[in-house]
Design a protein. Structure first.
Length: 385
């Protein structure tokens, strides 16, 4: 594992030392920054998108899809985006809110009467909003063993087993990240729309945004085509591994996407739900609802090298993690699956969006790149320490 000093060194690589609002990213410098991060953190391939002021600046691939095979990653190579899928599920619910078919603060049992938590009070009071913001009282990762390792339970069976999981804290009192309540959100979408989560997201979001090469199932990562092979350190060496292929948790992490399509997605989010043709995917007020902090999260101590970017606020909205970065609101999320990790980072007030998809399990790689690109656009001067 790279040392803290190496991580800090990569974080401080700057593709420019002045704001880039009036000019494109200098591609040669960006390419070198990406290549250095890939070497430092042993990442075979990266798909990178940068959007700024309503335009795509970069949407391209780096490296290879599989170690030992020269086939390159390009702008359309698919990667599992894992929990970056959660924002799509929240947006799907936002579409139904705009249509008057769902209310954020209505009880879950209004839409799926069979839903139960272990505490009858929580069952009765749990709202649609609560499903998305990690404050249910469940412990960290509660319910994951119902689907990981891959199980034979279908989505409804997984959610029906929630009644047997004891709560770790009182309702709405603490943040604890979970996946399983996003499956309940998927059940609401199906109950209200008459379409499966997969069909709704594919037709009502991906098709409208223009994400024509993305798909909505974990299992699609096993198919032939322009797909990055997942990798992970095994016995001290990075090797190809099998992708996770169970579709029972697609609403929490099933989308496979690429730089070109994620650029389109970020442009819609940064435009408060407006599609490229000017029509709304969701209303501006609904888009702002997604990026409004609901559940506060603790702020930990940062490494000395990162103290300058330690947040002043930190929390979770509807499918997005919200914090500040150098005085600007940062809308972000990460995703992790076996052999795939990713990051989306958007700074709305300067209309900047960054998506980094990788086929290796190194969060340091995507953090170093995201911070370098954000620093370039914000005009942050690299440290000389």
């Amino acid at each position: 594992m790279p040392s803290t000093r190496i991580v800090a060194a990569i974080l401080l690589l700057s593709i420019a030392t002045r704001p880039l609002t009036a000019q494109p990213v200098p591609l040669a410098a960006l390419d070198e920054t990406v290549q250095r991060a890939m070497r430092a953190f042993e990442v075979p391939g990266i798909s990178l998108a940068v959007v700024k002021d309503g335009k795509v600046v970069v949407a391209k691939g780096y490296g290879v899809k599989r170690l030992g095979d020269p086939a390159p990653v390009d702008g359309r190579t698919l990667f599992g985006i894992a929990s970056n899928t959660k924002a799509f599920t929240a947006t799907a619910l936002g579409i139904l809110v705009d249509e008057g078919r769902v209310k954020w603060d209505a009880p879950v049992i209004d839409y799926v009467p069979w839903f139960q938590m272990s505490d009858p009070y929580v069952t009765r009071e749990m709202t649609v909003r609560d499903l998305l913001v990690h404050r249910s009282g469940l412990g960290l990762g509660a319910g994951d063993l119902l689907w990981w390792p891959a199980s034979t339970y279908n989505r409804r069976e997984i959610t029906q087993h929630l009644r047997y999981i004891p709560l770790a804290t009182s309702f709405r009192s603490a943040y604890a990240y979970d996946n399983v309540l996003y499956l309940v959100a998927g059940e609401i979408i199906e109950s209200v729309s008459g379409q499966s989560w997969e069909d709704f997201v594919a037709t009502r979001i991906l098709a409208k945004v223009g994400m024509t090469t993305s798909n909505v199932r974990h299992s699609d990562a096993t198919k032939a085509g322009n797909i990055a092979v997942p990798h992970a350190p095994v016995d001290g060496k990075v090797r190809p591994i099998a992708p996770f292929d169970s579709d029972n948790t697609n609403p929490a992490g099933g989308i496979n996407s690429n730089a070109e399509d994620m650029a389109k997605w970020m442009l819609v989010q940064l435009a408060e739900g407006k599609l490229a043709d000017g029509s709304p995917l969701i209303r501006p007020g609904t888009a702002r609802e997604l990026t409004t902090l609901v559940t506060p999260m603790p702020i930990g101590r940062a490494a000395a090298e990162l103290e300058a970017v330690r947040p002043s606020f930190n929390g979770y909205g509807l499918g997005f993690h919200l914090r500040d970065y150098r005085g600007h609101k940062l809308v972000t999320h990460t995703g992790g699956l076996p052999g795939y990790v990713s990051k989306v980072a958007m700074i709305p007030d300067i209309q900047l969006g960054i998506a980094i998809l990788t086929n290796q399990e190194s969060g340091a790689a995507f953090d170093s790149l995201a911070n370098s690109i954000m620093d370039a656009y914000l005009g942050a001067t690299p440290s000389t320490d």
